[in-house]
Design a protein around this ligand. Structure first.
Ligand code: SME
Length: 156
């Protein structure tokens, strides 16, 4: 396992392209989900310095807080609630340019302005979500969705 990530500042696409093989290397040979989620959140935090980056895992019919980087956060989110619960219900990536305009958005931290949530789907079921919050509006687009979906595909 490499000890350090090397990603030069550049376009978002270029940075994800540099990061993706390094995350593949980081996760290769490790099957523990929590360990892999922990390293993915650390890698995304280090490279992009998002305000909050973390996972919620589906446990007993509710999303429960899992490895994350950033300020303390809500521990449980119900099915269909907030951006995370909606991404779980709809089993698709949700990009929210302005959280104030998302009905039912759960404000774990008032500093969050935009958000992306990517579901992790295994055997046709959502088993977890990756949630990333930015303290700027309009931080996420289809480039983030494309690469974050690929990164989530490496976990489990
Ligand atoms: N904003 C999320 C809740 C999780 S926190 O942002 C970490 C939502 O609406 O589901």
């Amino acid at each position: 396992m490499a000890e350090e990530l090397l990603v030069k500042k550049g376009s978002k696409e270029d940075m994800y392209e540099m990061l993706l093989p390094q995350i593949e290397g980081l996760l290769a040979g490790e099957t523990d989900t929590i360990a892999n989620m922990a390293n993915v959140t650390a890698a995304l935090k280090q490279v992009f310095d998002f305000f909050w980056t973390g996972f919620y895992i589906v446990k007993d019919g509710v999303l429960v807080l899992a490895p994350f980087q950033g300020p303390i956060a809500c521990t449980r989110i119900n099915y269909g609630k907030g951006v995370c619960g909606t991404a779980w219900k709809e089993a698709r990536t949700l990009i929210v340019p302005n959280v104030d305009e998302f009905p039912g958005h759960i404000a774990c931290n008032a500093a969050s302005k935009s958000e992306i949530v990517v579901p992790l789907i295994r055997t046709n079921k959502v088993v977890a979500v990756l949630d990333i919050d930015s303290d700027y509006y309009n931080s996420f687009d289809t480039t983030d969705a494309k690469y974050l979906e690929r990164i989530c595909g490496l976990i489990f």
